[in-house]
Ligand binder design. Sequence first.
Ligand code: ASP
Length: 585
Amino acid sequence: MYRTHTCGELSISNKGENVTLSGWVQRSRDLGGMTFVDLRDRYGITQLVFNMETDAALCLQARKLGREFVIQVSGTVAERSSKNMKLPTGEIEIITESITVLNTSDIPPFTIEDNTDGGDELRMKYRYLDLRRQGVRSNIILRHKMAQEVRRYLDGQGFIEVETPVLIKSTPEGARDFVVPSRLHNGDFYALPQSPQTFKQLLMVAGFDKYFQIVKCFRDEDLRADRQPEFTQIDCEMSFIHQDDILKMFEGLARHLFREIKGLEFEKEFPRMAYEEAMSRYGTDKPDIRFGMSISEITAAVRGKGFPPFDDAEYVGAIAATGCAGYTRKQLDGLTEFVRRPQIGAKGLVWARFEADGTVKSSADKYYGHDELLKVAGLTGAVAGDLILMMAGEREKTLTALGELRLEMGRMLGLRNASVYAPLWVVDFPLLEWDADTGRWYAKHHPFTAPKPEDIQYMETDPGRVHANAYDLVINGTEIGGGSIRIHDRETQSLMFRTLGFTEEEAQKQFGFLLNAFRYGAPPHGGIAFGFDRWTAIMGGSDTIRDFIAFPKNNQARDVMIDTPASIKQEQLDELGIVIRKENK
Ligand code: ASP
């Protein structure tokens, strides 16, 4: 028997018991005649004590134990004289009677403590050691709990978990596919799923009614911060439902997870906001509604007063930063610098201080009289003590920049508290998006999303006007899931493919299986998928998904532990019929 208890289990109620523990040596300290060793396993840390006076041989053996040695010890549980109430086992220690070294360890490349000295790259290379650290381990345990609760809720609602294939044919969902060459069919390729989208729809055609899967998805995208080439979705689909049924069902899932994982209840229904409103008031389709400070359009109020940046602009907008009228010149310059960053790309920032005495002073004082500035203040909802920040330019770009500035102000003012959760449904997305570079329409969500019935008439004449019953769940400014009501008839699906520029043959070649399935009584259906890694990170109060994935890739899409992607043997290439061009190596 390796152990009678785990290292996180013993307390004062076990005083006097004879126990055997196994684990890793976290640290040892020699204090005069005594040696203390912290023994660690998944469950916690227990202090072992060795006394030079009573058992010199054993104490000398303990002093030789290195960090991360795996040992088994037996001894008696005793009350500590100096207690550590921060540790669950902090009231006891083990008066050790024997040690067996089960395995030795090289000196680890970084300290396996909460505050490690290991940099990112090193920790990823030795991820199995990093995972021994309490913080990282508890993230992975949180992920496990989330998965169990997702299954519990969805099973309770009658959902069936079905696995779908990983070697499939490409599904265009906006990203590039990862492809897998076929040995048996030289020259042909499988694609890894960007999501199980078409399969879950086929399961609805098959009459499964309610499907879910916690599933790996793969997207070969240029990596933006905190993206992973392979990630996990909670993927769901339902039949005979309207948008409202889906929002209710999955608001239920969110409530269940918040309750079980965080002990949080939401009294009110999650708010719903139309896409247009999100864009015009928050400059983004994923507003962080933990705080207000929304954007107001002031174009008409500031135009025609001889101030060129405002006169020439398509759009002028403003936010009122609560209580910031006292910002110094330096702080204001800092904000201007912020909006001029290339990622934000604004030309500049105009400010107006709404002073406590009710006067308004602005960087554009020369052009605007006091009453005009008061009017602007009124439009933004500013009150005395607030700072009004204005930006001008092309409408969409300016809104995006104001949205970024709003988030930055929220961050600086401490309004983006990670322990506050503000969920929001964003609804009524446009069906299509025009891409000026390629000169064609793209599906905003994916090509299987249904146009709102009342908008179908504009599909061919004015596609930009068509809205979809598509929705996103946003928590604290992060999109954690999205879905839509689907097209379930051949004609509308063909119309959609046509609008996206597919010829009849191309559509048939790529999606014949789906179009054919729609001939055989496809029920009305719709669904949603959640980013499981991201949702878990949010529940863990973090915005780094990598910390919640046991073996993640780095920001160059590499796994530095197993050192991949890597070349393969010439024989393998030959079998696959693949020749690598020299210039690509
Ligand atoms: N398949 C979609 C996605 O991955 C989600 C959905 O429409 O259900 O974004």
